[in-house]
Design a protein around this ligand. Structure first.
Ligand code: 13P
Ligand code: SF4
Length: 302
């Protein structure tokens, strides 16, 4: 089907189903263009509790769609592709949390939303890159167990001065791991007037050399502070920033920083998803109830 026809069909089906399309900032440009709501992980979770649509089509990765389902057990949440998954979220297993709990029984378990629902059921609170520092600061403990991103964990440790135990020790995002100190040096040389915006999933040595360290939502909010930026995160973020701020210059720090899970969703998948009501996200009740408490605590604290 041609692109224009596909968009028409999506809009028609969306009306028929009383559906909303929610999309993450890393989605393909054509997917961003048809979304009803675009945001970072925190904004998407917040929006998910507010919608009165019957169906949420989630253009993002599986943990984001699961979060929307956990917060809306009565609604249908569709993930348009089974390949839309987050490699980092899949690194954390329940055993890692239990092992850390044995060593630090009094430490609260703080989990990044980039986790499976099963592991979230063991969390005291979830966080996103936008609120992790604020939430860990508020917790009444100087030691926290934190997973799965070791780079976000070290950022939180530096910002809060607390002892942050990373679980697993090697948790990372393969997209953000691509950025190196050489990329920072090249960016400074190529664009001497630009500032560097860096996602906290990047390595500490890259973070140290950044002008600002922010979530994708933070990148959007803080972009007007300067007129030229180099962007250290998934490459589609530049499209999102440029659409919102055409007067500002944005350069990707790397052209090949691509999240395969995010790119698994195309317009055709969204069309088929609405047409066939697939793939419905299901989270077993006992897991959903526990995970919901941790997500709701995050929403209260942030
Ligand atoms: P944000 O919450 O900053 O959008 O990050 C989500 C993510 O998966 C980054 O890789
Ligand atoms: Fe997961 Fe990294 Fe993709 Fe974000 S960019 S969804 S952390 S794999």
């Amino acid at each position: 089907m041609k692109m224009e026809r596909l968009v028409e069909e999506i809009l028609r089906l969306k009306g028929e189903r009383n559906a909303i399309i929610m999309a993450h900032n890393y989605q393909l440009p054509e997917v961003q263009d048809i979304a009803d709501f675009l945001g970072d992980s925190l904004e998407l979770a917040r929006k998910a509790v507010k919608t009165d649509a019957d169906v949420i089509v989630f253009a993002g990765v599986d943990f984001m769609a699961e979060t929307a389902k956990i917060l809306n057990p009565g609604k249908t949440v569709l993930l348009p592709s089974r390949r839309a998954t987050c490699a980092m979220a899949n690194m954390l297993k329940v055993e890692h949390i239990l092992e850390a709990k044995e060593q630090y029984p009094d430490a609260p378990v703080v989990l990044y939303v980039n986790t499976t629902a099963e592991t979230k059921a063991y969390a005291d609170v979830t966080v996103t890159s936008a609120n992790a520092v604020k939430i860990v600061e508020k917790l009444d403990s100087d030691v926290v167990i934190f997973g799965p991103d070791k780079n976000l964990a070290s950022y939180v440790a530096r910002q809060t001065g607390k002892k942050v135990i990373p679980v697993p020790e090697y948790g990372h995002c393969y997209v953000h791991r691509k950025f190196t100190v050489e990329d920072v040096e090249r960016a400074r040389e190529l664009y001497p007037n630009a500032k560097l915006m860096v996602h906290p999933e990047c390595a500490p040595e890259v973070q140290e050399r950044a002008d600002i360290i922010v979530s994708t939502g933070g990148m959007i909010r803080r972009a007007p502070e300067h007129d030229e930026w180099v962007v250290f995160t998934e490459r589609e973020m530049v499209y999102r920033l440029q659409t919102l701020h055409p007067e500002i210059k944005f350069h990707p720090a790397k052209d090949d920083a691509t999240c395969i899970g995010m790119k698994a969703i195309t317009l055709n998948h969204i069309y088929e998803s609405l047409r066939d009501m697939k793939y419905a996200v299901e989270v077993p009740n006992e897991i959903a109830e526990k995970a919901r408490k941790a997500i709701e605590r995050m929403l209260e604290l942030s």
